[in-house]
Ligand binder design. Structure first.
Ligand SMILES: [Mg+2]
Length: 121
């Protein structure tokens, strides 16, 4: 059970993720529509875990990931991306992301990846 911040520029993606998370033990404590807003909400809300879209205006997911980890080195961040972005995901994992989820979302996969990320030290 975790407090989760959703950062994604797509309303549809945010709503779908929120619906999956609301159906679980987790609580969505905030939503942000780009990296700048996401970083501000991360600082303000101190969530247990962040879901972070890669492609967003203003500040993209990779930059936001680095800013979040600079703020809190053990922050748990799960990247969100479309299929076929393997290189970007490797870069994100290398930068310190806990794991990643590919769209379209499947409930079991989303909750499984988040559970795994929460179990990481
Ligand atoms: Mg996006």
């Amino acid at each position: 059970m975790a407090n989760i911040l959703i950062i994604d520029d797509s309303v549809m993606s945010r709503n779908k993720l929120k619906k999956i998370l609301d159906s679980s033990d987790h609580t969505v404590v905030g939503e942000a529509q780009d990296g700048v807003e996401g970083l501000a909400k991360f600082k303000k809300l101190s969530p247990d875990l962040v879901t972070l879209d890669v492609t967003m205006p203003n500040m993209d997911g990779l930059q936001c990931l680095r800013e979040i980890l600079a703020e809190k080195s053990d922050a748990k961040v799960v990247m969100i991306t479309a299929l076929g972005k393997g290189d970007t995901m490797l870069e994100a994992l290398d930068a310190g992301a806990a794991d990643y989820i590919t769209k379209p979302f499947e409930d079991a996969n989303v909750l499984g990846v988040i559970a795994g990320a929460l179990e990481q030290g």
